[in-house]
Ligand binder design. Structure first.
Ligand SMILES: *Cc1c(COP(=O)(O)O)cnc(C)c1O
Length: 406
């Protein structure tokens, strides 16, 4: 085969076909703006799926990565890594947690949480406690354990037998939950705000109920804050709204604001089984990732950043509900928390994403026929106004399309 093949649609010929990609590529980004390879400027309200929390090319992160790149990228975890100790100190100071394990992704942070939960009970003399309870609509990542935990058949079909030890319950069914807990239960795992499932927030009272239940039963409560954590809801972590702390929490996406890094946070007691040799990662927590993540966390944790999230989120909620009233034939629900916003649609959500792109607005898809707005936490009110206007125009076009079909 010629190595001189022209760049065309066949340019994807050597990529595994696991993604449904839009015919669009980007060359550079600045704040909430992305410039495509054909020179068009887009307003980015998906932020790499809640990942570019500080927008693109944030000067503080650019500076951090440049400085560290000239010093030290990677050393093995068989050595002390001061940059890792510093970020762990910060994350534990900001949360319920006492200890942290660093990973490269969200699914690995979940993997650590799942292993930790079983090891916890095993170390306490109850190795039969292996079951992890999760909820319909959940998404916990794509490793073999994570897809089994999530339970979405389209992610498990064809990958051999389902793993034992994962129990999936309906969302919000308290009786089913009580009935499911027994002598083999290890933990309950939940996203305080479901992301991929379509921006569904778990009521604060339910999280407090889960906390009580886990205490009564001697099982662990695991939060998956990979998407809803790190400022996304207007507090540093989504669980803070409820006051119900978990025993274990997975974070990633926004942790490096675009640099691949994740973490599993836990209380010292919950992590009691995770002694020397119990777990590990080659790349996890390397100095380059740690320095970028520390700067990102420090910037996200600023009151001014979190205040901005709340203010812009309030504006979106009000304006999007206005659009819902104006276009009841297009928008049926506006939900979520903070800047994790779900717009549940009547027309197909994938089609609506294309209409938004035609307006030079990028939004994410989501379960339950939603599109999600997951803009940088630094989005300004003016940019939010622009986003709302673009969504309004997309609604207008969607209405015209529906009329033409009828
Ligand atoms: C994205 C996501 C994951 C998986 O993270 P990856 O970095 O893609 O492995 C897990 N849980 C939730 C809630 C997520 O949104």
């Amino acid at each position: 085969m010629s190595s001189q093949a022209p760049v065309s649609s066949s340019a994807q010929a050597h990529l595994m076909g696991v993604y449904n990609r839009a015919p669009l590529a980007f060359e550079r980004g600045q704040g909430a703006r992305l410039t495509s390879t054909d020179g068009e400027v887009y307003l980015d309200c998906m932020a790499g799926i809640a990942t570019n929390a500080l927008g693109h090319a944030h000067p503080r992160l650019v500076n951090a990565i440049k400085t560290q790149a000239e010093k030290l990228w990677h050393v093995s975890n068989i050595f002390r890594i001061p940059e890792q100790e510093k970020l762990a100190d910060r994350l534990t100071a900001e949360t319920f947690a006492d200890v942290v394990f660093f990973t490269n992704s969200g699914t690995e942070a979940i993997e650590c949480a799942l292993k930790l939960a079983r090891k916890y009970h095993s170390a306490k003399g109850q190795p039969e406690r292996i079951d992890i309870i999760t909820f319909e609509g959940a998404f916990h990542g794509r490793t073999y354990a994570a897809v089994n935990a999530g339970g979405n058949p389209s992610y498990t079909d064809g990958f051999g037998p389902r793993l034992p030890g994962y129990i999936h319950l309906p969302f919000g069914d308290h009786e089913a939950l009580k009935a499911a807990i027994g002598p083999t239960t290890a933990a309950i795992m939940i996203e305080p705000v479901q992301g991929e499932g379509g921006a569904r927030a778990v009521p604060d009272a339910c999280l407090r109920g889960l906390r009580e239940l886990c205490d009564q039963e001697g099982i662990l409560l695991i939060y998956d804050e990979v998407q809803c954590g790190l400022g996304r809801t207007g507090k540093l972590f989504a669980y803070e709204w409820s006051g119900a702390a978990p025993d274990v929490m997975a974070v990633a996406k926004a942790l490096g604001s675009g640099f691949p890094v994740g973490a599993c946070l836990a209380t010292r007691d919950a992590a009691a089984g995770m002694g020397v040799g119990a777990h590990g990662s080659t790349f996890g927590g390397n100095p380059l990732a740690m320095v970028v993540a520390y700067e990102a966390v420090d910037e996200i944790a600023k009151p001014s950043t979190l205040d901005n999230v709340r203010e812009v989120a309030g504006y979106f909620t009000q304006q999007l509900n206005g659009l819902k009233d104006q276009y009841p034939d297009i928008i049926v629900d506006v939900r979520g928390r903070g800047l994790l916003i779900g717009i549940k649609l009547i027309p197909n959500n994938r089609d609506f994403m294309v209409l938004a792109r035609d307006q030079k607005l990028l939004v994410a898809g989501g379960g339950d026929n939603c599109v999600r707005l997951l803009p940088p936490l630094t989005l300004t009110i003016e940019e939010a106004q622009e986003a709302v206007a673009k969504i309004g125009r997309a609604c207008e076009v969607a209405r015209e399309h529906a009329k033409a079909k009828a």
